[in-house]
Design a protein around this ligand. Structure first.
Ligand code: ATP
Length: 217
């Protein structure tokens, strides 16, 4: 009998702040795809967007508080240990070096995949991990032509192809996604409104203790 190593899911993000949408996504994928774990990877210096409001250290601390006591979800701090822009390619390379032949699934929303071709050396990413595309049930999003043909080239509908190879395939998982965003939570906080139940209480307590997000212009 072939003994196989369970896959790890990798969820990168700014997590500014982490919220229940991220956590439900991680838990759904951990359970549905029988993953060894899902690793949340806060981006220290995101190269593709404006810089986050909270410091990388605080975003990491919020993520650690959020997963406290949760089985199967871990926080990976490696992007905080690297200077310069936090390129996903560098992150995947360093995880691959640690994990040998274990299947790795880079988790991406359809929205992010639609413009993946703007990421640093994007075509190399799939050499280090599969791409697990998450799509809200029934929702179809616009996609650049280049990403559409990349998807057609690499897509499989057979999860076994991901489980039995370290990297190289794209798989789409349709899941119920909570309509929560960090932008929405920051907006509530700046207007002195209460975002409770959109994120873990422990994270909200830290936000309040540090007066985070309350003076964004
Ligand atoms: P912002 O509002 O600041 O853009 P965000 O809420 O989209 O932030 P990110 O940290 O950018 O959060 O997201 C990290 C990853 O989590 C991305 O792949 C994103 O698609 C996914 N994600 C964000 N919100 C949700 C949600 N409500 N449900 C499922 N996945 C989500």
């Amino acid at each position: 009998m072939q003994i196989r190593t369970q896959a790890i899911g990798l969820l990168g993000g700014t997590f500014d702040p982490i919220h229940n949408g991220h956590l439900r996504l991680a838990m759904e994928l951990y359970e549905r795809l029988e993953l060894a774990a899902v690793h949340l990877i806060p981006s220290a210096h995101p190269p593709h967007r404006g810089q986050p409001i909270a410091s990388a250290e605080l975003r990491l601390e919020m993520a650690q508080l959020a997963i406290d006591g949760l089985t199967g979800i871990k926080v990976d701090n490696r992007e905080l240990l690297r200077p310069g822009p936090s390129y996903m390619l560098d992150t995947l390379r360093s995880i691959r070096a640690e994990e040998g032949e274990r299947p790795l699934y880079m988790i991406l929303g359809m929205d992010a995949f639609g413009h993946l071709n703007s990421w640093y050396e994007w075509e190399q990413l799939i050499n280090y991990a599969h791409i697990l595309l998450v799509q809200r049930t029934g929702k179809r999003l616009p996609m650049t032509k280049i990403m559409r043909s990349f998807l057609e080239l690499k897509r499989t509908t057979n999860i076994e192809e991901l489980r039995s190879n370290p990297a190289g395939k794209i798989y789409i998982e349709e899941i119920p996604i909570l309509t929560i965003s960090s932008t929405q939570i920051r907006g509530l906080l700046v207007n002195r409104r209460n975002p409770r139940y959109l994120l873990p209480d422990s994270v909200l307590e830290l936000i309040q203790a540090r007066n985070l997000y309350q003076n964004i212009t």
